[in-house]
Design a protein around this ligand. Sequence first.
Ligand code: ADP
Ligand code: ZN
Length: 430
Amino acid sequence: MFWDRETETLQRTALEALQLKRLQATVRRVAKKVPLYQQRFAAAGLKPRHIQTLADVRRLPFTASADLRANYPNGMLAVSIDELLRLHTSSGTTGKPKALFFSRKDVDNAAELVARCLVMTGVTRKDVLQNMMTYGLFTGALVMHYGAEKVGCLVIPAGPGNSERQLLLMQDFRTTVLHVTPSYALYFADFLEKHGVNPRKDLALRKAFVGAEPYTEETCRKIEQALGLDVYNSYGLSEMSGPGVAFECEHKHGMHLWEDNYLLEIIDPQTGEPLPDGQPGELVLTTLCREAMPLLRYRTRDITSIIPGRCPCGRTHRRLNRITGRSDDMLIVRGVNIYPQQIERVLMSLPQVGRNYLIQLEGLDEMLIRVELAKTGFDGQVEHLVHLQSQIGDRLRTELLVKPRVELVPPGTLPVSEGKARRVIDNRTL
Ligand code: ADP
Ligand code: ZN
């Protein structure tokens, strides 16, 4: 099923011609309106007419998240204040937030892209979507909300947390689709188990759109099994209008990125040089349709790769692999580079392991990993626990090349957050 069949299946040559036209228009607009880009163009001796082909995008300056903070609150605007309709900020917890503005066209367009995503997974107006993301300044909930309304779903603006109420809503209104973070999905699965609810029998759930933070294939499978539904990976970021940037189709093999709206590059995060399809690197996006706040070559810091080849669904927009982490997520422990996702992959592949874990760095470079047991993970025999603990330690050493200390804790004892999960605590005294 398609929401906008023509655009979604546009032949590559037509799609690229459209991208070039939109890129040129965007460059002309920011050259006229946005001081940051005016300065950078001047410094590089760059004029809008120099952008003649899509490959010329490489002549444009990068935009970093620090640029958005430095120009807070409205230094990046390309329209006047009276043309603005909505403000969001990023959920970043450090320093000044980033302010993201939407014009009327931007608000509508964001919903349009979400509508494409939902219909691509088979959602129809008969569906009931329970939106378990945080409503407010964060783009996650509102942008999904308006997109689902566009499709004609019944939308339940539940927000996160309060699992009793979530369950009640699911039962009473026969919710079919969830929009949720992976960490809350896992937590909620535990809650159902504790309350003796069998989602396959007692609920009408069919799909979950899971995103807003990185998660592994193993976690995806755990959520699918525990909630009895299909998980679709949903990728977005506030700087690019929130959810609806890239989404899995019915084939669930990579996320189609809407290339008529975003120009996509994968670069080597160290050198800034482009990488060939299939090779993992940092995702860089240029907005092609944004009115209020166009961004050139925005460094997402998200690590992914392009899946080469065509998708059987018929869409021509290229697919991204699962995001394996952010370039700034990397931990350096005793000189070794470690991504939290590597740890999650090991933990979630073990059935005795529950649904939450915490990485604690302490002292002079010690890594402690606290792991919740599954409810059925402990049969009362201490030697089994000792065995599991050393098994986890060994597998982590093989994966990471550093052996962390592992501590097993009872189910439900590690802190859970309602918004984005906090998986790493760094208390090192280096
Ligand atoms: P912040 O950067 O403050 O966390 P956002 O709320 O805009 O702000 O979060 C966007 C980020 O969330 C992305 O850049 C990415 O790192 C992460 N993210 C979103 N969706 C996914 C997903 N499906 N898989 C992995 N990471 C995701
Ligand atoms: Zn597809």
